[in-house]
Write a protein that binds this ligand. Structure first.
Ligand SMILES: Nc1ncnc2c1ncn2[C@@H]1O[C@H](COP(=O)(O)OP(=O)(O)OP(=O)(O)O)[C@@H](O)[C@H]1O
Length: 599
């Protein structure tokens, strides 16, 4: 794995693809654009945990029968000995019930966590194979909030809501089947009261889902907003816009609070409605049984009279009949939040513009030989730039139309073009960060294809236009998490970038996010150190390394660049004529024939 700067360092799947499903074969680029990698997400803990939890609830029917029989016997004058066996039975069933409930819940929770891990892995893999040039990639704030925070809502949905949904079907049916042979009136009351609950639940649930989606979307927006403003803190200060930003932040926070309160209001309302209907149902059964015993309501027991045991049995089953529905209502918002989270994850996982990559191809250590680059008949257009042609609103915009270029091994080439001429895009294509529409790119004699991309990339070093500095020491900013990188290599790389004194004085000092605490020149030197640390890289790609630097610093950076690319091929995209003049050759894009070859 090479140090293709942060773009690749942040894409673990390029090193170790996780899920072949989520990875893309560039030859199928058009298909990949359409494919949605995140669909079909599982949302069930499986049959066994559901059966365990439903079974635990059904055991109550047996316990109620034993208790009712014991009460009937005592009322009939039987001694205390008559209740010993029912009591033992109730106890044993109780233990079994507790075990089944606990095991079912634990299993469901574990399955839910596992499923969430898979969904997260899939989302990260899909993002890692999306080209950094893909402008439709979701914002980092949105992705971070979806994968880290919002995705957690999947666990209660799968582990709690799904088992309860089944219990709410199985348990009332079983109880109804037990009560009906004893009293059709009690069964009828239950039958009439129960459907009112899902009807109101559905009515309230629709509103809850909408409110929950709005709240989660707001949370994502808020994260993206915060991240954006934190990144641009220096600009905000320099434009004296701190107060305006704080005001906007307050407004955003207030809107999020109102949306959260709306979700809570609906959740409380749904609980109140459901409690009311289930309480009414239980009360009506109790009233009927009571008046039946008093002889006021003699009908309803299939022409006979209910015995005390039968009446008690019905009374004990009535609350259990409504209980799963009540519990379901209590976790109803889990469903709303879970479904919204699954949809958000699916959006993050959706396929976009891919990088050149194939699943399961390991990167091997490069041999370090200078690699020539031969480009033949290259065609490329950024995603979306051609789509507008169909409605005639925009002219077709091809960045490269039949570009050919031959860079010899060990050659140092400056690629020049006016702004927007495709210099950065060319480097990205050579690095395999985007898939060309046509043509071939050969690096060191090997064609860049999904199967060769990982190997070829391992032999490249990349110097980005605006290197991202992670919070951490200078050394850790060079290793970028590669634990196999030798300490001497890091020292040497920092030395080559004249950063050894900074690294020593700040060995324990943590650099700020985005390079806070470093000058622009030092940040670039750190990027040079990263490139220098790629052992065995035969090709160095540098994208405008001297942009925004003063003449003296630009000269220093140029010297270092030439030093670290000694014995390697160097391709520099630049506007800087001084830097370009120090290369072996200048290639003007759009005018490849007029390449100024130097002695
Ligand atoms: N991610 C992207 N999505 C869509 N279009 C893009 C994207 N990146 C660049 N472009 C477009 O592709 C063209 C080439 O851009 P590129 O960044 O390669 O030019 P450049 O020569 O490096 O420009 P500069 O010197 O200003 O950095 C430009 O028209 C640009 O608008």
């Amino acid at each position: 794995m090479s140090a293709l700067d942060t773009a690749i360092a942040r894409q673990p799947a390029l090193r170790k693809p996780v899920d072949p499903e989520a990875l893309t074969i560039p030859e199928q680029k058009a298909g990949a654009r359409r494919r949605r990698a995140g669909s079909g997400a599982p949302a069930s803990p499986g049959r066994f945990p559901i059966a365990l939890q439903a079974g635990a609830s059904l055991i109550w029917i047996g316990q109620a029968a034993l208790l009712a029989m014991a009460i009937g016997d005592i009322a009939a004058g039987a001694g205390a000995r008559a209740v010993i066996w029912p009591a033992i039975g109730v106890f044993v069933l109780g233990v079994l019930r507790a075990w089944m409930d606990r095991s079912g819940s634990r299993l469901a929770f574990r399955t839910a966590r596992h499923q969430l891990s898979l969904l997260r892995e899939k989302a990260v893999s899909a993002l890692a194979t999306r080209s950094p040039l893909d402008a439709s990639r979701p914002s980092s704030g949105y992705v971070a909030s979806t994968i880290a925070e919002q995705a957690e809502a999947v666990v209660p949905y799968v582990a709690r809501f799904e088992p309860l949904r089944w219990r709410a079907v199985i348990v009332p049916l079983a109880i109804f089947a037990c009560v009906l042979p004893l009293s059709w009136v009690a069964a009828l009351i239950m039958l009439v009261a129960l459907p009112l609950i899902p009807i109101f639940m559905a009515l309230v649930g629709w509103r809850a889902k909408e409110a929950s989606e709005r709240q989660l979307a707001k949370m994502g927006d808020m994260n993206a907003f915060l991240l954006d403003r934190l990144r641009g803190l220096a600009t905000i200060r320099s434009f004296d816009a701190v107060d305006r930003t704080a005001l906007r932040l307050r407004e955003e926070a207030d809107l999020l609070r109102r949306r959260t309160m709306a979700v809570l209001r609906i959740a409380f309302l749904s609980s109140a409605v459901l409690e009311l209907f289930s309480a009414l149902g239980v009360a009506m059964v109790a009233v009927y049984v009571g008046f039946h015993f008093l002889g006021q309501l003699e009908f309803g027991a299939w022409g006979g009279r209910l015995s005390l045991a039968q009446g008690v049995f019905i009374l004990m089953l009535a609350p259990a009949f409504f209980e799963p529905m009540r519990e379901l209502s209590a976790v109803w918002h889990d469903r709303a939040a879970g479904v919204a989270a699954l949809e958000a994850l699916e959006k993050v996982t959706a396929a976009g513009e891919p990088v050149v990559v194939a699943a399961g191809v390991p990167a091997v250590k490069p041999d370090g030989r200078a690699a020539g680059v031969v480009i033949d008949g290259l065609h490329f257009r950024h995603a979306g730039s051609g789509a507008a042609v169909t409605d005639g609103s925009m002219p077709e915009r091809k960045v490269f139309d039949d570009l050919s270029l031959d860079i010899r091994p060990g050659e140092r080439v400056a690629v020049m073009a006016p702004s927007g001429g495709g210099k950065s895009t060319l480097l990205a294509l050579i690095a395999g960060l985007a898939v060309p529409e046509g043509g071939t790119i050969r690096i060191g004699g090997e064609t860049l294809r999904p199967e060769t991309a990982a190997r070829l990339r391992a032999g490249m070093a990349w110097l980005g236009q605006t290197p991202h500095i992670f919070p951490g020491t200078p050394g850790r900013n060079v290793t970028l998490g590669r634990s196999d990188m030798d300490e001497h290599v890091v020292e040497a790389a920092l030395g080559a970038a004249r950063l050894d004194s900074l690294a020593h004085t700040r060995r324990q000092v943590v650099l700020g996010e985005g390079g806070a605490g470093l000058s622009g020149g030092e940040a670039l030197r750190l990027a040079i150190a990263r490139a220098a640390a790629v052992q065995g890289a035969g090709l160095v790609l540098a994208d405008e390394p001297t942009a925004h630097l003063d003449r003296a610093t630009a000269g220093e950076i140029t010297d270092m660049l030439l030093e670290i690319s000694e014995g390697r091929t160097l391709i520099v995209a630049t506007h800087d004529p001084v830097l370009a003049s120090r290369m072996d050759r200048i290639v003007m894009l759009g005018d490849e024939s007029a390449d100024g070859r130097r002695a």
